[in-house]
Ligand binder design. Sequence first.
Ligand code: PGA
Length: 268
Amino acid sequence: MQVIIFDNPQQVAENAAQWVEKLINKKSGAVLGLATGSTPISLYKQLVAKHQADELSFANTTSFNLDEYLGIDENNAQSYRHFMNENLFDHVDIDKSKTFVPTCNQGENPREQGLAYEEKIKQAGGIDLQILGIGANGHIGFNEPTSSLASRTRIKTLTQQTLNDNSRLFAADEFQPTLAMTMGIATILDARYVLLMATGENKASAVKSMITGPLSAVCPASALQLHENAIVLLDKAAASELEDQEYYLWANEQNLKINQEFGLYHNY
Ligand code: PGA
């Protein structure tokens, strides 16, 4: 795991945008895995700005989102499809027919939809770079604590903690879904690179468990310990419970030089 600690959330977003830009410019037909939530909004702002400055085109890019609520349709302002349109897709030149979200509409079978989503990812050639946030409970996507580390895209019941954490986004009388479709942990681990962004002190404990805790379904993000190319971008607050911060800072300086001289592991 490559742990990179920045002074503030803005620098986290800028660095994440550079990873996305590098991939898109290097690989025609790049496949992005995208995330929703508060954390990646500043990343999407950076990407939109780069596009508007004619520095970045998404024309040949395909995307797969991590998760989507059940029980609301894509026109609902709370849907993750709506979130993606608002924060990214409507402002860049991506072909929306090549943007996928694991929806399961009324009358559809979530088991079949999950399998079909896995198949679509495979047909697209797999995900090159998966963007991730982390829940305060250690979840990635909606893989809640005790999710199978071998899980694939499926229907999932949200924990009370996740419902509480996300309730700030719902009006008091608004329907808040308690079920969701989510890529599984094995789906996420299949991505060639994973880029996890975490900012703020409320993530510090989950970040510590992810990086230095035991590999355990209790902290789904700890599964990234098994990934060959996991990059974790943190601000100081999210890194605040980590010991060995000096080492991460120093190792990152070395990694920059090593990558410059020898390139990254995969050429995507
Ligand atoms: P957040 O959510 O970015 O809104 O904190 C992250 C997550 O739950 O994965």
